[in-house]
Design a binder for this molecule. Structure first.
Ligand code: ADP
Length: 278
């Protein structure tokens, strides 16, 4: 669904993307992780035709985004991180305008808008002004809007940032169900547990390059299943173990205090790059 070959982009002296190679398979729920400045937004902006690449190649669904940008754009839906709804328009009008921008006929866009409003369980809000919606409802409306032209690939940039945990879980189940319907999902997030829960595959970006990709469990298994955090004179340290019993034995040898927990993706990223994702 996405194929990037040696994708490169610089802003003056800053190399945002450094010969990035990446593939996302059709139907995958893919999470793109990395600390601020790693190059995630630049990648998404290039794929959505907002920023031009310097060199390299980018294909969406086999379409070269440089040669046929409009055809590539029609295959994509985009949910930006910040509220991009028109607050002075109603919920239904926000969807209607999106359908028009994508050149859909009146009947087709009305049907799709109604269908997707039902899909995000907001059919009773269609007449409300977008500015009156809560944060969770706004996010759901943005997701519905991104689906109106029936894209095959959905970009979600930090889809649950700033939402409380219960609402976040609801958005997660919505994302899963969109993906089950066959839409490929490309997700960026700072919430490691979001990537662990949702993604079939994660990729770690650091300094414009891909440092690792794989199924979340496989990436974590590279370290072991268990971690011991210990606190001593030298500050905090973490060691990893394949077996829980080995982790427990290790704690007994510590002079200071320590605790056992499951390994997470943050551990994997930190051990690969020396930096934290979140
Ligand atoms: P991320 O989304 O992973 O936080 P970005 O793609 O936003 O990373 O940024 C990658 C690098 O490119 C950073 O060093 C950032 O400062 C730089 N950068 C991004 N956009 C611009 C811009 N419009 N002008 C100058 N530098 C930029």
């Amino acid at each position: 669904m996405i194929r990037l070959k040696a994708l490169t982009k610089s802003y003056g002296d800053v190399t945002a993307l450094d010969r990035l190679d990446l593939e996302v398979r059709p139907g995958e729920l893919f999470a793109f992780l990395g600390p601020n400045g790693a190059g995630k937004s630049t990648t998404i902006r290039i794929l959505n035709g907002i920023t031009r690449l310097d060199s390299g190649e980018a294909f969406i669904g086999g379409v070269d985004i440089t040669r046929e940008p409009l055809r590539a754009k029609r295959l994509c839906g985009m949910v930006a991180q910040h509220n991009s709804l028109d607050g002075e328009l109603t919920v239904a009008e926000n969807l209607e305008i999106h359908g028009r921008l994508f050149g859909m006929g009146r009947k087709e866009r009305k049907e799709s808008a109604e269908e997707h409003l039902r899909y995000v369980e907001m059919e009773d809000r269609s007449g409300a002004l977008a500015k009156t919606l809560s944060g969770g409802l706004r996010r759901r409306l943005m997701i519905a809007r991104a689906l109106v032209h029936r894209p095959r690939l959905l970009f979600l940039d930090e889809p649950t940032v700033g939402l409380d945990p219960a609402i976040r879980k609801r958005i997660w189940s919505l994302i899963k169900s969109i993906n089950k319907e066959g839409v490929t999902v490309f997700l960026t997030t700072h919430y490691i547990e979001e990537a662990e829960f949702l993604a079939d595959r994660v990729a770690f970006m650091n300094k414009g390059r891909l440092v690792e990709s794989g199924a979340p469990q496989d990436v974590m298994d590279g370290l072991g299943r268990w971690a011991v955090d210990s606190f001593g004179d030298g500050g905090m340290a973490t060691r990893f173990f394949a077996k829980r019993s080995d982790a427990a034995d290790y704690i007994l040898t510590l002079e200071g205090s320590g605790s056992v927990r499951r390994v997470n993706l943050e551990d994997a990223f930190l051990s690969l790059t020396g930096r934290r994702v979140s």
